[in-house]
Design a protein around this ligand. Structure first.
Ligand code: NAD
Length: 423
C-alpha cells in the first residue's frame, strides 16, 4: 500500500508545474505560454477552492471569472493578488465569457439549481466543461444534463472528487484488485458540523440544493455505486431535521433541509449498502467499510473545520496476510492534504487539465452523477413517504428513463443479469 500511495503522490507532484518554464526569472506571461486558459463561473467558496488548486498545480491559467455577486468577485481577486498572480478578466456577463477566445475550458461552480441554466448558456462554445456536483437538483434536470453530455462535442467532468481522497483511492484500488473478494456489504458514514454559510444561503433550502442527500451526499452515493458495481434496486431511508437551522429563515423563507439520515440501499446484484449522515457533530469523520467474501476493508478520515487541527486518513484491510492488515496511515503530505477537500480537488484538476488538452482521463462522468443523484433522490423519497422505494418502479412512474445507451456507467453494468434480481 505504501508503494501505491507513493505512486499516487509522485504522479500528482509530477503534474504540478509540468509545463512551466524552469527559469525562476520568467514573467507570469512567459510561464503561461502554452497553458490552457480557464474561465470560472461562480467564485464563491468552491470556485475559490478551484482557483487555489489551479494556481497551485500550474497546469493551466485562469483567464477570466464571472459571478453575480461583487463580494465573491472581490474575494476571488484577492486569491490572485495574495499569491502574487496576475488578476484575470472579470466578465460583465456570460456572453463576454463565452466570446473570450483565450478560454479553453469552463468551470461551472454556481449553486446546484443554476447548473442546467448555466450549462445551456455556455454549451454553444463546445469547450470542455467542469461542472460542480450535484449536477442538478431534480431528476429531470439530471437526466437532461446526462443526455446532453452524450452529444456534447467536448468532455464534461463532474466535481465528485471525494473518490480522490487518499483513503478512497487506495480502497477503490484494493477493491478493484479483488483484495476483499466479491463485495457483499458496504457501510459508509459521515459525521460533520452543520452546512456552512453560502451566498444567499441557497444550501438551507431543498428547492435550491436538491435536498441534503442530493446536495451533500451525492459524493457518498457515487462511491457506493462504484463499489457495488451495480444499480440501486430498492432504497429505504429515515431522516429529518433534529438540530440545525430549525429557526433559520432567509428573506422570509424557513429552512427545510435535513441534518441526519440513515439510508439502506439494496443493489440489483444483491450487494447491500448503508449510509449514515450526521450533521451536528463537532468534528469531521468519514468511514467506509466494505466486506467481501475474502475479508473486510476500512477506510477512514478524521478532519476538522477548526483551524490548527490536522486531518488524517487510514486504511485497514483485514484479509490474512494483507500488507494493511493492522492499518496504514495514508494521510497525504501537507502540500497535497491542504489542497482543498484533503487534496482530492487537486487530483480532479489533473484530470480536467488532461481533458482540456484532449487526452483521456478517468474523472467522474455525467452518467455517474446521474446515478448518484438517483440514489440520493430515492432515499429522500423514502424519507418523505416512509416506504421502501423500488427504484425502477418509481422511475417508470415518473416517466424518467435513465437506462438508455450511455446513461448507465460501465462500472454499474458489470453484474446486471436477470437472475440477479432481488427476491
Ligand atoms: N465538490 C465539492 O466537494 C463541493 C464542495 C462545496 C460546494 N460544491 C458545489 O459547488 C457549487 C458552489 O458552491 P459554493 O459552496 O461555492 O457556494 P457559494 O454560495 O459559496 O458560491 C456560489 C457563487 O455562485 C454565484 N452565483 C449564483 N448564481 C450565479 C449565476 N447564475 N451566475 C454566476 N454566478 C452565480 C454566487 O453569487 C456565489 O458567489 C455548488 O454546486 C456546490 O454544491 C462542491
Amino acid at each position: 500500500m505504501k508503494e501505491q500511495l507513493d505512486i499516487i503522490i509522485s504522479d500528482l507532484q509530477a503534474s504540478m508545474g509540468r509545463d512551466a518554464p524552469e527559469s525562476a526569472n520568467a514573467s507570469e506571461s512567459e510561464r503561461s505560454v502554452g497553458k490552457p486558459g480557464y474561465a470560472i463561473i461562480g467564485t464563491g467558496m468552491m470556485g475559490r477552492e478551484h482557483i487555489r488548486a489551479v494556481l497551485q498545480l500550474k497546469q493551466a491559467r485562469i483567464v477570466g471569472i464571472f459571478d453575480e455577486d461583487p463580494v465573491s468577485i472581490r474575494r476571488a481577486l484577492r486569491e490572485f493578488s495574495q499569491s502574487g498572480h496576475q488578476e484575470p478578466a472579470v466578465y460583465s456577463d456570460l456572453e463576454a465569457l463565452t466570446n473570450d477566445e483565450r478560454v479553453d475550458g469552463i468551470l461551472i461552480c454556481t449553486p446546484n439549481f443554476t447548473h442546467r441554466q448555466v450549462f445551456d448558456a455556455v454549451k454553444h462554445t463546445k469547450k470542455p466543461i467542469f461542472l460542480e456536483k450535484p449536477m442538478a437538483t431534480t431528476l429531470e434536470d439530471a437526466i437532461y444534463l446526462a443526455e446532453a453530455s452524450l452529444s456534447y462535442p467536448s468532455s464534461i467532468l463532474l466535481g465528485m472528487q471525494y473518490r480522490y481522497k487518499s483513503q478512497y483511492q487506495l480502497a477503490l484500488n484494493a477493491i478493484n484488485k479483488g483484495d476483499v473478494g466479491s463485495v457483499k456489504m458496504i457501510s459508509l458514514c459521515e459525521y460533520r458540523p452543520a452546512f456552512l454559510p453560502k451566498v444567499k444561503e441557497w444550501n438551507k433550502f431543498a428547492v435550491y440544493s436538491g435536498g441534503t442527500l442530493v446536495e451533500k451526499c451525492c459524493h457518498y452515493f457515487d462511491l457506493m455505486n462504484r463499489i457495488a458495481a451495480s444499480l440501486p434496486a430498492r432504497v429505504f431511508a429515515s431522516g429529518g431535521r433534529a438540530v440545525n437551522f430549525k429557526d433559520f429563515s432567509y428573506e422570509g423563507r424557513a429552512s427545510d433541509i435535513d441534518d441526519h439520515a440513515l439510508v439502506i440501499v439494496e443493489y440489483e446484484n444483491r450487494v447491500r449498502a448503508q449510509f449514515t449522515l450526521n450533521m451536528f457533530s463537532e468534528e469531521l469523520y468519514e468511514g467506509l467499510t466494505v466486506s467481501g467474501d475474502r475479508g473486510t476493508l476500512r477506510a477512514e478520515e478524521q478532519a476538522s473545520f477548526k483551524p490548527g487541527r490536522e486531518s488524517s486518513s487510514k486504511i485497514t484491510v483485514e484479509v490474512p496476510g494483507h500488507a494493511a492488515y493492522d492499518g496504514f496511515d495514508c494521510t497525504f503530505p501537507e502540500a497535497i492534504e491542504s489542497g482543498g477537500h484533503y487534496g482530492s480537488t487537486l487530483f480532479e484538476h489533473v484530470r480536467f487539465a488532461n481533458r482540456v488538452r484532449g487526452q483521456q482521463s478517468d474523472g467522474a462522468s455525467c452518467a455517474e452523477g446521474l446515478w448518484a443523484i438517483i440514489t440520493a433522490w430515492m432515499a429522500q423519497e423514502s424519507i418523505r413517504t416512509s416506504t421502501v422505494v423500488d427504484v425502477r418502479e418509481t422511475l417508470a412512474r415518473l416517466g424518467i428513463d435513465p437506462f438508455g445507451e450511455g446513461l448507465i456507467p460501465d462500472i454499474n453494468q458489470r453484474h446486471i443479469s436477470d437472475e440477479a434480481n432481488l427476491s
